[in-house]
Design a protein around this ligand. Sequence first.
Ligand SMILES: *[C@@H]1O[C@H](CO)[C@@H](O)[C@H](O)[C@H]1NC(C)=O
Ligand SMILES: *[C@@H]1O[C@H](CO)[C@@H](O)[C@H](O)[C@H]1NC(C)=O
Ligand SMILES: *[C@@H]1O[C@H](CO)[C@@H](O)[C@H](O)[C@H]1NC(C)=O
Ligand SMILES: *[C@@H]1O[C@H](CO)[C@@H](O)[C@H](O)[C@H]1NC(C)=O
Ligand SMILES: *[C@@H]1O[C@H](CO)[C@@H](O)[C@H](O)[C@H]1NC(C)=O
Ligand SMILES: *[C@@H]1O[C@H](CO)[C@@H](O)[C@H](O)[C@H]1NC(C)=O
Length: 531
Amino acid sequence: MVVVNLILTVIVMMATQIQGYVQQVNLPPSEESYKILFMVPGNFPSHVKIILTVATALADRGHQISVIGGSLATQHPNITYLYNPDFSEAIKKYKYFDTAGDGWKHIEHTRNLIASAFESAYASEEFMDVYRRRKEFDLMVVDHLALIGLAPFLHESPFIIYCTTMLNPLQSANIGNIHSPAVLSSSVTDYRQPYSALDRLRNLFATLAFAVIWSIILRSKVDSEVISKRFPDVPSSYELEKNASLTLINTHFSLDGPIPLLPNQVMVAGMLLRPERPLPEKIDSFVRGNASTILFSTGTFIRLNTMPKKLKEMFFSVFSKLPYKIVMKYHAEPGEFTNVTNIHFLDWIPQSDILAHANTKLFISHCGVNGVQEAVYYGVPMICIPVQGDHHKMAEMVHHRGLGIRLEWKKFSEEILNQSIHEIITNTSYRDKVHEVSLMWRDQMESPLQRAVYWVEYVARFRGAPHLRSPAMDLSLIQIFYLDLLLVIHLFMYVTYRIVFRRPSFHFSSMYRNLKRFFGFSQEGARLKIE
Ligand SMILES: *[C@@H]1O[C@H](CO)[C@@H](O)[C@H](O)[C@H]1NC(C)=O
Ligand SMILES: *[C@@H]1O[C@H](CO)[C@@H](O)[C@H](O)[C@H]1NC(C)=O
Ligand SMILES: *[C@@H]1O[C@H](CO)[C@@H](O)[C@H](O)[C@H]1NC(C)=O
Ligand SMILES: *[C@@H]1O[C@H](CO)[C@@H](O)[C@H](O)[C@H]1NC(C)=O
Ligand SMILES: *[C@@H]1O[C@H](CO)[C@@H](O)[C@H](O)[C@H]1NC(C)=O
Ligand SMILES: *[C@@H]1O[C@H](CO)[C@@H](O)[C@H](O)[C@H]1NC(C)=O
């Protein structure tokens, strides 16, 4: 890792044209070495990659890091992998394109996947061994997605939550920062300004629906079927979530807009972003030349190979007629599409380095949070074809901010795809807009990684940093929104009214008559005045 860092630093120094922050941690050495347990949902590459970046930076600083759930991607003398669940079979079986646009099917699948993953985790001796040793750690860092099933670990221990998918309004409210749905968009939809009454209503509904799905439908199955059976004395994950010392959030105001945050809610979006590295020779020789390049990738989780045949053929038909080159993350079967010469198929792609290449003019993707962040950072406009959950929110954001075009799998046609590709490549407004956001994003005081490392050490240093806890945690919703006092004020007004008007009961007609009498005008008088 030290060698990699050195090489990176040298590359950064050579490439002086690169503007913006570098993922370095320029902090004085930590006085103490802490034992930190990282808990990540295994096999979700986008989550694992980000969280292991923080884990590695902390390990470099001499802390002893243990990981449950991460893949063994990063080897480091100070990182120990304790338990690694394997969902690869469950993931392979799942056909994303069958549920694209069918939210309920996807929720049902996720709910079963999470419950069965935790069921097998708690049945494993390795996992239970970590559970028994949990008090040895000074601090735990837990992915918000994995928290659902990890309540027993977090009970009576200090921990930090990592939200990989932007700010989660429900989780924020649970630690004392309640945002009004009138301004903060829900986890699954994005807002267009100015806010219309219909938009506000839509967002209120989406926020409440997400809260119900998350806390009742997703959480309850794990709580009731996995946790409470084995650990009857442990509070629910929802209760324990309130005890989080800090939240690291994959968000930044230049992309997601300004959001009021507590001191223990820290924005760390962009930890994976770094200056580009040269492309591998094979890709470089394909991309080199005058033609614009399009990158088409839907990450590791949603495999383009599982696309229905009809959809595949549409893409290839459009691509083969374009005067551009296409790099595509796709495992081409022997003999498949060999007649299309302007597509380069790859099983694995160095996504950020391709996006950073000067010829790359368009990124077609499902619009996952990390992919959008990378594209914006390197200034590449997008075509978003969202599959589920927060992809829709990101796609709407990309569309509203003019960073790209949003398409739907269900309304897909060759003509729409062809037109959208030409529009993005020939109309410079998308590229200009992305460049503007990129400059705003790169302009930061310290790297997001340094911010994350600083705050994790801070919480360990102050043993859970209870002084950061929001005072709102000691009040109920009724008290925060003054509902109790509003009731008193209304009662007071009503009683005053009754005393002033001395009426035995409340009737609108009698109130009207009384008002007339009180202010001394009659209907005739009022009419005369109007005339
Ligand atoms: C691992 O931690 C020790 C201190 O606990 C530190 O001296 C060493 O430099 C760390 N190793 C690496 C490769 O950073
Ligand atoms: C909350 O966290 C503190 C440490 O930060 C710990 O002492 C306390 O027991 C925790 N409470 C619960 C209910 O887990
Ligand atoms: C690139 O474009 C220039 C002029 O625009 C042309 O002279 C040159 O041959 C082109 N190179 C390739 C590899 O197509
Ligand atoms: C390429 O081959 C596929 C079958 O593998 C066919 O469907 C497609 O029409 C061909 N495309 C061109 C441009 O010839
Ligand atoms: C794709 O769109 C471009 C620009 O609108 C147009 O010139 C071209 O003919 C279209 N190609 C096909 C195959 O429809
Ligand atoms: C380019 O796109 C922007 C945003 O969609 C639009 O307002 C503008 O009219 C387009 N320009 C041209 C020349 O089509």
